[in-house]
Every structure is written in C-alpha cells, then in structure tokens.
Design a protein around this ligand. Structure first.
Ligand SMILES: [Zn+2]
Ligand SMILES: [Zn+2]
Length: 116
C-alpha cells in the first residue's frame, strides 16, 4: 500500500520530518491550490480525514523542493532531514505533476520552426 511513500514510515527520519512539521502538510501552494483559507498552508494532517469518505491521511516525507520530488526514490531517500518536508498525498502528487510539467515545458524547444 505504501509503494509511493519515498521513505518508509518505519524510519526514524520519517518520524522526525513529521514531528518537525507537527504532523501537518507543509505545502504552501506548490500543488496549485493556494491554501489561502488555511493561512497559506495545507491543513491536511497525519491521521486526519481529508474529506468525507476517504481514509485517514497518510503523510509522506519527501523532498521539500518541488524539483526534488522528481528525484528517483533512492536519491530522495539519501537527502538529509532539513531538505525534506511532510506532504499529504494530494499535495505531493499534484506538486510532483506540476514540477514534471514545468520540466517538460522547459525541455521543449522554444522555436520548433528553427529546425527547418
Ligand atoms: Zn497538503
Ligand atoms: Zn497543497
């Protein structure tokens, strides 16, 4: 069930990251939601319920930098605690998708016509 958890939740590091975040998602809008109703920070917390009908939120410890979310799992797992943040799955996935899209956009040639 936890394949997408970059750091297994049995590690002390995961617990340390979650403790530093007070168990709360540290997303400040990189997922595309401003979270402005919640003081600019996502309100999701470990063990909380994101919405009716979903299970308890299981927080992820993952790179704090959106670009870092594109790192392969073994590289992300080697990062020190200060470079990690607590993410709820929704913000983690959305932020990662946005970082990926931004990277693809940057890799595309600005002027495809120049090939001809
Ligand atoms: Zn969140
Ligand atoms: Zn968010």
């Amino acid at each position: 069930m936890n394949e997408r958890t970059p750091l297994g939740d049995t590690t002390g590091l995961w617990q340390a990251v979650l403790a530093a975040a007070a168990g709360r998602c540290q997303c400040r809008g990189t997922c595309g939601k401003k979270h402005d109703k919640d003081g600019g920070r996502c309100p999701a917390a470990q063990g909380g319920y994101a919405r009716h009908g979903t299970g308890p939120v299981h927080m992820l410890a993952a790179p704090a930098d959106p670009d870092g979310l594109l790192l392969p799992a073994h590289r992300a797992a080697a990062l020190p605690k200060r470079e990690l943040a607590a993410w709820c799955p929704a913000c983690h996935d959305a932020t990662r998708r946005r970082a990926l899209a931004a990277r693809r956009a940057a890799a595309e040639p600005a002027e495809p016509d120049a090939l001809f």
